[in-house]
Write a protein that binds this ligand. Structure first.
Ligand code: PEP
Ligand code: MG
Length: 757
């Protein structure tokens, strides 16, 4: 699956010479001096220099052949400064025929480099971290060839291994880490699975040291590589067979996909090619991983990035097989309160650990739809990802607090902070017990109004929460989520099977399926789509469904078949005007007829509705209400269109509030019209899961809310302490105020009346 590249020939001779050099004696500095001289000779360059990244993000000229010797240890560049700084900051090679005309060129007179025109520099990287820069220069203005770039990259990789293994002496071994690393630090990331965790840092698969970089006997190395590959595949098979999670569901699919990657021919062939080019099996794995990493840093598509991450994890497993450890985590060495730290983690890797010992996971990479996040949800482990500089900042044994609510990770926190988080975790457990105790209690306000509390779901695993949370049903099943974790478009039979399982697991509780909401930022890897300038207002959701009806019809067919003999609730996303709904419903009814005509069982009852996300639809409500069975407000999208404010733009994140006069007035108007028409109305955006917002929504007239499962307990607790009648009058007053937000007024209102927020 990784994109094809031209293979590199490698420079076997250079590698062999390097190995001989390392076997010889001498200090680290002497060996580095010889290394740069060797490279310069081999590449016919007048200059070869190595810059080491030291503490404080400074690149120091550490060894050179060709520049003035007095510049060594004297010339320093900040990260990002000069061409060398640029290479390190962006972790990518630069190939310049005229370096001095590059906008980033920084002249350092002590080096005497003004006579050299062309320059090729590559980052020296390990574990995704830049350790330094290796560069060659020539007097003539020449462009270095692809083979030369690859040769220099291979040497840079070898250098990185030698630096990490300490073979170049202690002075350059640490990669420039600072004593500041014993101080408390706070990193900000993205919540991949909610929850709080506190514990002791343990590194996932660090400490891989490759001692043998150059192949003594390429044929034997190829055999080692093949043996390791089949051992790794065997281990994945075992894991799949064991799979303590459950026999079905996405985690099974996730593992299957992962296993498929392990057998990917392109990936395997590129490692083989690197061995033929002169590298040992483990160095070849590392080389291909470095390549993938560089590529990954340029890829924006989140799905592709995750697939790259899968290859990365497989590479790590393979390295463990090659280096003799079993490739599984050593649980006996693991603290009982482990916070697992990794650049990225594969789903199988997480399953390797004893889940009882893992308090939380922090990743430098990762995304909410990553396979490992799905497994973390299944195991209930808090997880924060996209933590920049994580690996550079955290040390094994550090105390780490993972705040999987705000996305903060606190390293080496002071004892007072530690105590307050431990208290928050304890209080959270208490609260969970209270919520669990309310599970069976009716969702009724103090003055007797019943509120329907439903939950949102997107994966089979979410259905466990349906019964645990006490939700009445699934108010929003986001059907695109299972599509996003797959490799190809699921066919009708696969979809039918999935939807039938959702209905089975719901055990008779109602499920509202939202048809595919793809396009825009919800890209499917196997769906070309278009490059919309403004994705959320672009060709997405029902717009695609109506323009490419085959896809929507297949989905509706699968839903009709899955619900045979049971109730089927379907709603369409992003409907902007009534005729879109009419056309979509027509497709649904046609599928029902088709099924009937074919003698198949049809659903016992069909309810067809819309998501109200586009404000225009409000101006057609009487017509719409005549046609639909229900309407569900998608407040996430509605708010962004109402305020013309991108929901994903952090600069606008707090600017417009659902608890504001215009939004509340809009919603009050809507509930009044729905009530008059006798049409069931619900709201299913994230806001419904926050007690304060839920209070206001109920005050506005909503009687059904659908929310993330974690919101059901807190919202039920809130509404059971709420006197509804006076709230309505208060909201009538609030919507006339000129404030941008009435959030604080509502909070005071709740506090004064003892509403449990
Ligand atoms: C919404 O827009 O509020 C909604 C529930 O749909 P999604 O978040 O999936 O766009
Ligand atoms: Mg939406």
């Amino acid at each position: 699956m990784p994109p094809q590249t031209a293979g590199w020939a490698g420079s076997r001779r250079l590698l062999r010479q390097l190995r001989a050099l390392m076997k010889g004696g001498g200090s680290g500095q002497e060996r580095l001096d010889k290394t740069v001289a060797l490279i310069a000779d081999d590449m016919v360059a007048e200059v070869c220099s190595f810059y080491l990244l030291r503490a404080g993000e400074v690149l120091e000229l550490y060894a050179t052949k060709g520049l003035r010797p007095e510049a060594v240890h004297a010339t320093r560049l900040r990260l990002g400064e000069g061409i060398v700084g640029d290479i390190a900051a962006n972790a990518r090679p630069l190939n310049l025929s005229d370096a001095q005309s590059h906008p980033n060129f920084a002249y350092r007179p002590e080096t005497g480099e003004e006579i050299y025109h062309s320059m090729l520099g590559v980052p020296v990287m390990r574990d995704g971290r830049v350790l330094g820069v290796l560069a060659v220069q020539n007097r003539t203005a020449r462009q270095y060839g692809e083979e030369e770039i690859e040769a220099l990259e291979t040497v840079a990789m070898v250098l990185a291994e030698l630096l990490s293994s300490g073979e170049l002496g202690g002075a350059v071994g640490s990669g420039g880490l600072d004593s500041a690393e014993s101080l408390p630090a706070r990193l900000t990331g993205m919540v991949l699975n909610e929850g709080l965790g506190i514990g002791t840092a343990a590194m996932h698969e660090r400490g891989i040291v490759i001692r043998q970089v150059v192949a003594e006997d390429p044929a034997a190395e190829l055999e080692r590589l093949d043996a390791a590959l089949s051992a790794m595949l065997g281990q994945l098979e075992d894991l799949l067979a064991r799979n303590e999670l459950s026999a079905d569901g996405e985690h099974q699919e996730v593992l299957e996909t992962y296993r498929m990657f392990a057998a990917d021919r392109g990936w395997v062939e590129r490692m083989r090619e690197a061995v033929r080019g002169g590298l040992s099996a483990e160095a070849a794995v590392q080389r291909v991983q470095n390549d993938l990493r560089t590529r990954m840093s340029r890829v924006k598509d989140p799905y592709l990035r995750e697939r790259y991450a899968d290859f990365e994890d497989l590479g790590n497993r393979l390295l463990h097989h090659l280096l003799g450890s079993a490739g599984t985590a050593e649980d006996s060495d693991l603290p009982d309160d482990t916070v697992l730290i990794a650049r990225s983690l594969g789903p199988a890797d997480l399953l390797d650990y004893d889940g009882a010992k893992i308090r939380a996971v922090v990743l430098e990479e990762g995304s909410p739809s990553a396979h490992v996040a799905i497994v973390a949800r299944a195991l209930g482990i808090p997880m924060v990802g996209r933590c920049r500089d994580l690996l550079a900042r955290v040390r094994k044994g550090d105390t780490v607090i993972v705040d999987g609510v705000s996305g903060q990770v606190l390293l080496r926190p002071r004892s007072s902070i530690r105590a307050s988080f431990a208290e928050a975790i304890r209080a959270g457990e208490e609260r969970r017990k209270v919520f669990a105790a309310t599970r069976e209690l009716p969702a009724v306000t103090r003055d007797g109004t019943r509120i329907g509390l439903h939950m949102n779901a997107g994966l089979l695993i979410d259905l466990q929460q349906l019964h645990a949370s006490g939700a009445e049903g699934i108010g929003l099943y986001r059907t695109e989520v299972p599509f996003m974790v797959r490799e190809s478009f699921p066919d009708v039979a696969q979809q039918q099977d999935l939807y039938a399982r959702v209905l089975d697991l719901a055990e008779g509780k109602p499920v509202t399926f939202r048809t595919l909401d793809i396009g825009g930022d919800k890209a499917l890897p196997y769906w070309g789509g278009t490059e919309d300038e403004n994705p959320s207002m672009g060709w997405r959701a029902i717009r695609i469904g109506l323009d490419r009806p085959a896809m929507l019809r297949q989905q509706l067919r699968a839903l009709v078949r899955a619900a045979a003999g049971r109730e089927l609730r379907v709603m369409f996303p992003m409907v902007a005007e009534v005729s879109e709904f009419v056309r979509a419903r027509h497709l649904l009814l046609r599928e029902v007829e088709r099924q009937r005509a074919a003698g198949g069982r049809v659903p016992s009852r069909i309810e067809c509705g819309v998501m109200l996300e586009v404000p225009a639809l409000v101006w057609q409500l009487p017509t719409l209400f005549d046609l639909v069975d229900f309407v569900s407000v998608g407040s996430n999208d509605l708010l962004q269109f109402l305020f013309a404010s991108d929901r994903g733009n952090p600069r606008l994140a707090r600017r417009y509030d659902i608890l504001s006069p215009p939004a509340l007035a809009f919603l009050m108007n809507l509930t009044a019209q729905a009530e008059a028409a006798g049409v069931r109305l619900s709201l299913c955006g994230e806001a419904a899961g926050h007690p304060l917002e839920a209070m206001a929504l109920i005050g506005c007239g909503f009687r059904i809310l659908s929310m993330p499962p974690g919101g059901v307990g807190p919202v039920k607790l809130m509404l059971r302490s709420l006197e509804l009648a006076p709230l309505r009058g208060y909201l009538d007053h609030l919507v006339r105020l000129p404030q941008a937000s009435v959030r604080e007024l509502l909070r005071s209102y709740a506090r004064d009346r003892g509403v449990a927020l």
